[in-house]
Write a protein that binds this ligand. Structure first.
Ligand code: NDP
Length: 348
């Protein structure tokens, strides 16, 4: 409820985070900001939300640039691994049916493999494929010595039990980290593989100098692919980037969550993984908060995320765009896991 919307001029100073490189910062970022706020009174607290379009603009966290940076690192490690072991890491992708979006995703993964020096196999099956036929292929890939990672592109056609199929993948080749054995290891803080999208989010935040330790992270969405594993990575004691990228206090929200807007406004970091275009509005974001948009929604106006980007960027301190935010990282972290799977195979 808006009680009053008096104009109040506040001077605030932005500070560059330690460890960040200039390429992750928007060129329009200014260090001294003159902001007009609107007052909100909620649960006996006053909340100040900056008005839109007053020149306050969040730092854009450039997922494309960060993804490129990590792929360069992975390519170096792959070359080193091949030299030491004589083994070329190989990812086998299984695509059932002809969903155009899935075909694009698989093609992107294939291109990423080429860029980092990983071999890839494409197993394209017709939509009429039976569950038994698919399970037979998975069993063959499980025992193939020249395949180190197996990727089952989702969604699978109706009539195929997705969980049964994912459970059939050898946990040592489960580069998506969907197998219950791998999920269990993550939950115990001793991961074999890290879930690609949440790991990508962690990489973006840390490489942009956002410290997570002690922060309140609100994750909207509790799926097994994004929200739930994201909460496990954020609450872990350590991460691939060190303890500063983990050790957060997490609130995991979903469609039954009450007072969602209020919970989001209490967040230092919001991760939106809902699947509803522009769901997170400026009024749900604390001024200066970090907003990570995992959503990919196809609308009449084109691709957009779960965050109302144009409005939220005027409130947030840091924000990821869609496209060019989390998406490229998901593919890159799959490369990271495939190299790890090959190392596991080689006993390294
Ligand atoms: P799911 O549909 O599996 O989960 C959506 C979650 O959002 C559920 O937990 C659901 O709650 C919650 N939710 C839905 N509506 C609301 C609401 N009104 N209020 C609060 N919570 C709500 O989606 P995914 O996690 O698989 O994907 C989420 C988005 O991320 C999609 O847009 C997807 O395309 C995108 N995505 C992007 C990736 C990338 O690489 N960038 C990778 C994976 C996904 P409940 O559980 O109660 O139903």
């Amino acid at each position: 409820m808006v009680l009053c919307s008096n104009e109040l001029t506040v001077y605030s100073t932005g500070a560059k985070h330690q460890g960040a490189t200039s390429q992750h910062y928007s060129p329009t970022k200014v260090m001294c900001l003159k902001i007009t706020y609107t007052y909100f009174l909620e649960s006996s607290r006053i909340i100040l939300v900056p008005d839109k379009g007053v020149g306050v603009s969040a730092v854009i966290m450039d997922g494309k640039a960060i993804s490129k940076e990590i792929q360069t690192e992975i390519a170096q490690e792959v070359a080193q691994f091949i030299e030491q072991s004589g083994i070329t890491p190989c990812l086998a992708a299984v695509l059932v049916g002809d969903d155009p979006a899935s075909e694009v995703y698989v093609r992107n993964k294939h291109r990423a493999c080429e860029r980092v020096g990983i071999t890839s196999q494409m197993h394209k099956l017709p939509a009429s494929t039976t569950q038994e036929e698919l399970l037979t292929l998975i069993s063959q890939l499980n025992s193939a010595h020249d395949v180190h990672g197996i990727l089952i592109q989702l969604p699978l056609p109706e009539g195929i039990d997705t969980l049964l199929v994912l459970d059939a993948v050898d946990p040592q080749k489960d580069v998506d980290a969907f197998h219950p054995e791998n999920v269990g290891l993550i939950s115990q803080g001793r991961p074999r593989f890290l879930p690609c999208t949440p790991h990508g989010v962690q990489q973006i935040l840390d490489r942009c100098g956002i410290e997570m330790s002690g922060k309140h992270a609100v994750i909207v969405g509790r799926s097994d692919i994004v929200g739930k594993p994201m909460s496990m990575l954020f609450t872990a004691r350590n991460s691939t980037r060190g303890p500063q990228a983990a050790n957060a206090t997490v609130t995991l929200c979903h469609s039954r969550t009450q007072n969602l807007a209020e919970i989001c406004r209490s967040a230092d970091v919001i991760v939106a993984a809902i699947g509803v275009a522009k769901f997170i509005t400026a009024e749900m974001v604390k001024p200066g908060a970090v907003v990570v948009d995992v959503g990919i929604n196809r609308t009449d106006e084109g691709l957009c995320g779960d965050v109302d980007f144009d409005a939220v960027r005027e409130v947030a301190g840091h924000i990821t765009p869609v496209p060019g935010g989390v998406g490229p990282l998901t593919v890159t972290m799959l490369m990271y896991n495939t190299l790890d799977a090959a190392k596991l195979f080689a006993g390294m």
